[in-house]
Design a protein around this ligand. Structure first.
Ligand code: DX5
Ligand code: ZN
Length: 229
């Protein structure tokens, strides 16, 4: 599998989301990452289903909706109806994670589970066969523009190993503080979906930033040699 780039619109100009998404897509964005925050699970408040519905009308690639909210079960239906293709939920807020993951799938969306930096990989062990993707947070969720937590690269490798043991080829996504300097390292550790907010939208040319991030990510993929071919 190649590496998918998911620019996070959290760092874009909210008054010009259509233009920001179009620029990211011209640069080769594979997904658009949408950060939903409720002011409870995380300190920040962002957007809800109506904005997702509007974005869906202009985006050409699937919407990857990351729910940083306390009661995701109350809202997954609304986000699915608004046009999310992928919905991820945090294990930290879900005592009935199995039920939630299958509810997301029943709505026709890919179901992802998210681990905060302080949450052990083992929190997923009973769900490794059920998930469509796993999102490893490489910052504490709530804000764009934070610094990548170095331990996250080995955590990606641990999640990859857990999924492999369960016979699940579901990709690992990483989110927080990713830029062209560190993306190769997380791809080498096993990440195949890359979220980037400020590294894309806090640059003068988001289209070019996506293109450069994609190239730097591909450089982290294992080299195919005659021995491994
Ligand atoms: C953080 C969000 C991220 C954020 C990433 O809580 O989940 O998706 O937008 O932004 P950067 O890439 O700037 O860390
Ligand atoms: Zn996110």
């Amino acid at each position: 599998m190649s590496v998918l780039i998911a620019p996070s619109i959290l760092s874009a100009d909210f008054a010009a989301l259509g233009a920001a998404i179009a620029a990211a897509e011209r640069g080769g964005a594979d997904l658009i990452h949408v950060d939903v925050m409720d002011g409870h699970f995380v300190p920040n408040i962002t957007i809800g289903p109506p904005v997702v519905e509007s974005i869906r009308k202009v985006a050409r690639v699937p919407l990857d909706v990351h729910l940083m909210i306390e009661e995701p079960d109350r809202y997954i239906d609304a986000f699915a109806k608004a046009g999310a293709s992928m919905i991820s939920v945090h294990v930290e807020v879900l005592p009935h994670l199995h039920r939630t993951v299958h509810a997301i799938k029943a709505l026709g969306c890919k179901a992802g589970v998210v681990l905060n930096p302080s949450t052990p990989v083992a929190a997923l062990s009973e769900m490794a066969g059920d998930v469509d993707y796993v999102l490893v947070m490489s910052v504490n969720p709530g804000f764009g523009g934070q610094t990548f937590i170095p331990r996250s690269a080995s955590k990606v490798a641990e999640v990859r190993a857990l999924l492999d043991r369960a016979g699940n080829a579901a990709p690992v996504e990483i989110d927080g503080g990713i830029d062209i300097q560190n993306v190769g390292r997380v791809v080498a550790a096993g990440a195949r979906m890359i979220v980037a907010g400020s590294a894309v939208f806090h640059t003068p040319d988001p289209e070019r930033a996506v293109r450069e991030l994609k190239a730097a990510a591909a450089a982290g993929l294992p080299t195919v040699t005659s021995a491994t071919r």
